[in-house]
Design a protein around this ligand. Structure first.
Ligand code: AP5
Length: 225
């Protein structure tokens, strides 16, 4: 099963992909998390990604695609993946389709998590993330049990440097220009399922799990494969 969680910055891709991965036994593959981990570890990949991330622009496709294709060829993925933050433009989507087709596989569904712009900005300005495991929290909507500490691993919480007002504005511009064309790309292959991303986290998770499990929008080609 290969599922993509598509949506704007702050739509809840990371939050929901982690929940779906736990409930459906999928591997959660988040390109933003992989870049941030590389940055923390001071690797060459992290240094390459740093300036783009700080500005809120996309890391070049060659770097991102290579990183993802390496990761999906790892044996531990066992063909059960939820992609979070990838693909983010047409070139990345085509590279993913081609790589999976080469292994006789394909994306099953693309869950488009739709959230209003006002709510996106509200969420990002109140987000705190774990340094160690990247779990996102929100100061009012999803606070940690102990202030400043991650519920899951006890790691220290911090505010991402790309959650400043200026970087958020840029990230939203990049999303509308480069990523929203993927809505059409995946609609055409009948893989897109739109989900209302507003409401309690648990409610949105329920909607997503039901839609992933639902037969309704599974393309006929796959139903009968
Ligand atoms: P990335 O880390 O992927 O950031 P993003 O796509 O901008 O998404 P976010 O992580 O900001 O938001 P999210 O949708 O995951 O929301 P979350 O669950 O955290 O990418 C960062 C950078 O890396 C990019 O700008 C780029 O430079 C680079 N990059 C990454 N992938 C790339 C690629 N493929 N190609 C090139 N470059 C790439 O939730 C947000 C907040 O809302 C949290 O506080 C959360 O607690 C809260 N929240 C979540 N759900 C709800 C809810 N239902 N109600 C209330 N609050 C909620």
């Amino acid at each position: 099963m290969y599922i993509i969680f598509l949506g704007a910055p702050g739509a809840g891709k990371g939050t929901q992909a982690a929940n779906a991965a736990r409930q459906l036994n999928l591997v959660h593959l988040a390109t933003g998390d992989l870049f941030r981990q590389a940055l923390e570890q001071g690797t060459a990949l992290g240094l390459q990604a740093k300036s783009y991330m700080e500005k809120g622009t996309l890391v070049p496709d060659e770097i991102t695609i290579r990183m993802v294709l390496e990761r999906i060829s790892a044996p531990d993925l066992k063909s059960r993946v939820v992609f979070d933050g990838f693909p983010r433009n047409r070139k990345q989507a085509e590279a993913l389709d081609k790589a999976l087709a080469g292994q006789g596989k394909a994306i099953d569904k693309v869950m488009y998590i739709n959230v209003s712009e006002k709510e996106l900005v509200r969420r990002l300005s109140g987000r705190w993330s774990c340094h160690k495991c990247q779990t996102p929290y929100h100061i009012t909507d999803a606070p940690p049990k102990i202030q400043g500490r991650c519920d899951r691993c006890g790691g220290e919480l911090y505010q991402r440097s790309d959650d400043t007002a200026e970087a958020v504005k840029r990230r939203l511009q990049v999303y509308f220009a480069e990523t929203t064309p993927l809505i059409d790309y995946y609609s055409r292959s009948n893989k897109l399922v739109e989900i209302d991303g507003e409401g309690e986290v648990a409610e949105v998770t329920e909607r997503l799990i039901a839609a992933i499990a639902g037969e309704k929008s599974v393309p006929v080609r796959q139903k009968w494969a």
